[in-house]
Write a protein that binds this ligand. Structure first.
Ligand SMILES: [Zn+2]
Length: 359
């Protein structure tokens, strides 16, 4: 089955891939001038709701004054690439090299920027990818498969920082965690995939997800009326019921009853090979790489209708994470290392309810 999936990817017409890349490029460039229609509803810095018009800038563009923080801002203030000193041509060529799978260093060389800037550009393009992701479609008759993917926690980029002390020995040379199987040392990504090939990947926590984490993972995906298949984890039951699914069936891997979660397993295979080329992704940045992965999935299965859907979703959001904030981003799920992890009992995960309705 995987072979046929891979074959499908290879057969995707070049023109369609190109048009999706063009779309991403357009979205990146749109962020440089981040044009908003009408007055903004809030301050891009402090998110205060009271903003008033305050003259025009040198190029005749409207500026606003925030009554909350007292600072003025223009249409492009804190827009995704507004502060960038690099020209549109550099960004456009960066996007192209990045989606072609070039390394950070190679992208840096090709675009004439330093390695650090190359990394920063990659993070920003990932955010644009999130903006152009087509929504996860649901509805009657659609079948959805949900599963978790566990990835070893990585502290990349944390060691230089004084306030984060490595809580364990480094996994030298990118070797994986010694402890086998599932543990709290793995970050959990809740992944969804449907018949149409839509996918969503959300980094939710450590180890087996709780109800709250599943809820966070499926939030933003329209599941109403869909038929959902998951594994036998009990945490799925109530969040899915709340999401209004038509039916929820559970697949028991140990019985091995056929291809219950085949689509999502194939997705996990592709995710592993996507991530393998990065030599370890910091858990802090994992969600960004998940957006990138979802975007590349979108490219892989693109048809003309999804290209149109993408065009309709051209990014118009503003960027709220500065370079400094990105550097200071905390390592997620840190409570574990400080011993503040809420206890999850086996019953929460594999409760009698779960075990009794195994299918
Ligand atoms: Zn403000």
């Amino acid at each position: 089955m995987y072979e046929s999936v891979l074959q499908g990817a290879l057969e995707l017409p070049l023109a369609q891939k190109k048009s999706l890349i063009e779309c991403l490029k357009g979205a990146v460039l749109a962020q440089m001038s981040s044009v908003h229609a009408g007055d903004p509803s809030e301050c891009p810095r402090c998110h205060h709701g009271h903003v008033v018009r305050k003259g025009r800038d040198g190029k005749g563009r409207q500026r606003w004054l925030c009554r909350g923080c007292g600072r003025t801002f223009g249409t492009s203030t804190l827009g995704l690439l507004a502060q960038s000193k690099l020209g549109p041509a550099v960004w456009a060529s960066y996007v192209e090299h990045m989606v072609e799978g070039e390394s950070l260093q190679r992208c840096a060389d090709l675009c004439g920027v330093c390695l650090k800037t190359s990394w920063f550009m990659r993070m920003r393009v990932c955010e644009v990818m999130r903006n152009v992701l087509a929504p996860f479609r649901g509805g009657a008759g659609l079948s959805v498969q949900i599963d978790e993917k566990y990835l070893s926690e990585s502290f990349c980029g944390n060691r230089d920082r004084a306030r984060v002390k490595m809580p364990r020995q480094a996994h030298a040379n990118g070797n994986s965690v010694r402890k086998r199987g599932l543990s709290k040392l793995k970050a959990c990504v809740v992944t969804l995939v449907n018949d149409l090939g839509d996918c969503a990947c959300e980094v939710v926590g450590r180890g087996k997800p709780t109800k709250g984490e599943v809820k966070a993972g499926i939030e933003g995906c329209d599941l109403e009326g869909s038929t959902v298949t998951t594994d036998s984890l009990a945490s799925y039951a109530s969040p899915l019921r709340d999401a209004g699914v038509a039916a929820h069936s559970r697949y028991n891997a140990s019985v091995g009853d056929g291809d219950g979660v085949g689509m999502v397993n194939a997705l996990h295979e592709r995710m592993s090979s996507f991530l393998s080329r990065f030599n370890g992704v910091s858990t802090r940045r994992l969600q960004r790489y998940m957006w990138w992965f979802c975007w590349s999935e979108q490219v892989r299965r693109s048809d003309s209708s999804s290209v149109e859907a993408l065009r309709a979703h051209v990014a118009n959001g503003t960027y709220r994470v500065t370079r400094r904030m990105l550097t200071d981003e905390p390592q997620p799920f840190w409570e574990y290392w400080e011993g503040r992890m809420p206890e999850v009992t086996e019953d929460d995960l594999w409760g009698p309810e779960a075990m009794s309705i195994l299918v």
